[in-house]
Design a protein around this ligand. Structure first.
Ligand SMILES: [Fe+2]
Ligand SMILES: [Fe+2]
Length: 135
């Protein structure tokens, strides 16, 4: 499966958020790459754990930024973060329990959508709010 490029449609224009999103894209690409090799399930698990930990840190940081901006949709956005993080944990736990060496294509597709849709739709709204309200 092709790796992901951090393209302009994914940029919010808020540099600290974009830097973290770039890092999450790198984490996700590491998962995609590790998944190509069924000989290294430990590497795949480690990459999933890095994605999980990076996501936890990022969501917390992004919530700090939203609070600083007095972003009105913060509660709904935070609820989405909670749902996304729970979904990621379930995915990783299921994989760990399955004993499989590789993630299915279906799981990879949903993992990509899981990250990219949230950035492209919800996180971009923070960028637009920032542009309108911060000189
Ligand atoms: Fe977000
Ligand atoms: Fe984000």
């Amino acid at each position: 499966m092709e790796t992901i490029k951090f393209t302009p449609p994914l940029a919010t224009g808020i540099e600290e958020i974009d830097a973290e999103h770039r890092h999450l894209v790198e984490c996700l690409n590491a998962v995609l790459q590790a998944n190509q090799n069924s000989d290294e399930p430990e590497r795949l698990m480690a990459s999933l754990e890095s994605l999980r930990d990076g996501t936890r840190t990022h969501f917390a940081q992004e919530e700090v930024v939203m609070r600083r901006l007095a972003y009105p949709a913060l509660p709904a956005h935070r609820a989405q973060h909670d749902d996304l993080f729970a979904a990621l944990r379930v995915l990783i736990d299921h994989f760990a329990e399955s004993g499989e060496a590789q993630l299915s294509d279906e799981t990879l597709v949903s993992l990509k959508a899981w990250l990219l849709d949230h950035i492209a739709i919800e996180d971009k709204k923070i960028g637009k709010f920032h542009d309108r309200n911060v000189a």
